[in-house]
Design a protein around this ligand. Structure first.
Ligand code: HEC
Ligand code: HEC
Ligand code: HEC
Ligand code: HEC
Ligand code: HEC
Length: 209
């Protein structure tokens, strides 16, 4: 039996390497536009980022290279909402710079393009039918009827400093990139999600139901 272990070990590591649950990457993901007809550069990052002369219009934009949407959005509202969402800010505005359908995909690097996003990926400027974004996290489920989820989903035992690695808040806000990682197409969770929908674990991170 002992003799067989060395043969099994390399196979195990090969499996890890090709496993969809390994470290994700953008290459080959829905956000890899290196082969898209509208992207003449053949590059991946340049559609969204540039090392120089980046656009600093949106707060916290990471070396941004894509034209930023100037649309005004219809926001989610409901009778039971405790905190009201704000007009898309920071990273959400960056996502909507392709996903609201008002700015062409190929409007990057100072160019004005003419290819627009289509299908379900086009959220439009009406966000009233979408999960609220640019909404401040204030433990707003903290009332008897709508209890908070497990504190340790976000906080370390022995301290309230939140762990931000799994579902990050931006400036204390829930944004598109809280649930989605724009780079991580191979997490295995689908839809560029940061956490699995199996058992609704993504949702139960923040909601207790
Ligand atoms: C479709 C747009 C898009 C593409 C393509 C893209 N990014 Fe990003 N990137 C974003 C957005 C949006 C953010 C901010 C949200 C966040 O931090 O998750 C970001 C944040 C970052 C950050 C800072 C935060 C972090 O995650 O470390 C780095 C570094 C980065 N990108 C590098 C890259 C590189 C390198 C490439 C190419 C291999 C790339 N990105 C391709 C949209 C993109
Ligand atoms: C440069 C334009 C651009 C930016 C910026 C951008 N996206 Fe996308 N995104 C696209 C396109 C194009 C698709 C592919 C749509 C399709 O397949 O028809 C897409 C696909 C997606 C998908 C669907 C993936 C799937 O497998 O169903 C998600 C989720 C997504 N984007 C989220 C985001 C989020 C969140 C951000 C910001 C953090 C963002 N995108 C920023 C252009 C962009
Ligand atoms: C979905 C994630 C999440 C959950 C669940 C959560 N928190 Fe928080 N908590 C945060 C964030 C984000 C902050 C803001 C920290 C900041 O501003 O730096 C915070 C801040 C706090 C603070 C203030 C810490 C400080 O330094 O000012 C306390 C206290 C706290 N949370 C207690 C709790 C308790 C008790 C629970 C469980 C009943 C809980 N939290 C559940 C995300 C969460
Ligand atoms: C609270 C978590 C959460 C937030 C915040 C969020 N999404 Fe999603 N998104 C999801 C989940 C879960 C799915 C997959 C289930 C589905 O298709 O409805 C999804 C699916 C998508 C898809 C794929 C749609 C399709 O049918 O192909 C796109 C594109 C997308 N999201 C973009 C965004 C953008 C842009 C934002 C910010 C304006 C955003 N998401 C904010 C959780 C979220
Ligand atoms: C990162 C934390 C986070 C995640 C993950 C998350 N939510 Fe939320 N969700 C919120 C916050 C914050 C609100 C606003 C609550 C308020 O202010 O009353 C909200 C609001 C909602 C509302 C509207 C409540 C109302 O009173 O109108 C529903 C429904 C909801 N979320 C469902 C989901 C579902 C389903 C998922 C998983 C796909 C999910 N959420 C994932 C944080 C989160």
């Amino acid at each position: 039996m002992k003799k067989r272990i060395p043969a099994v070990f390399p196979a195990f590591f090969v499996l890890l390497w090709i496993s969809p649950f390994g470290r994700g990457q953008i290459s080959g993901s829905p956000h890899d536009f290196s082969g898209s007809s509208w992207n003449g550069s053949g590059e991946i990052c340049v559609v969204c980022h540039t090392p120089h002369n980046s656009d600093t219009a949106a707060a916290g934009a990471p070396l941004w290279n894509h034209r930023v949407t100037t649309a005004t959005f219809t926001l989610y509202s409901s009778r039971t909402l405790v905190v009201q969402p704000e007009q898309p800010r920071g990273v959400t505005r960056l996502c909507l710079s392709c996903h609201d359908g008002t700015v062409a995909l190929d409007s990057f690097g100072g160019m004005t393009g003419n290819t627009f996003i289509s299908g379900d990926a086009n959220l439009g400027t009406n966000l009233s039918d979408d999960h609220p974004v640019s909404i401040k996290w204030k433990h707003q489920n903290r009332n008897p009827a709508r209890q908070l989820p497990n504190c340790f989903n976000c906080h370390k035992r022995g301290g309230w400093r939140p762990i931000t690695s799994e579902l990050p808040f931006f400036d204390g806000y829930v944004e598109c990139a809280t649930c989605h990682d724009p780079h991580n197409g191979t997490s295995g969770y689908g839809h560029l999600l940061r956490k699995t929908l199996a058992g609704s674990r993504l949702c139960l991170h923040c909601h207790r139901k």
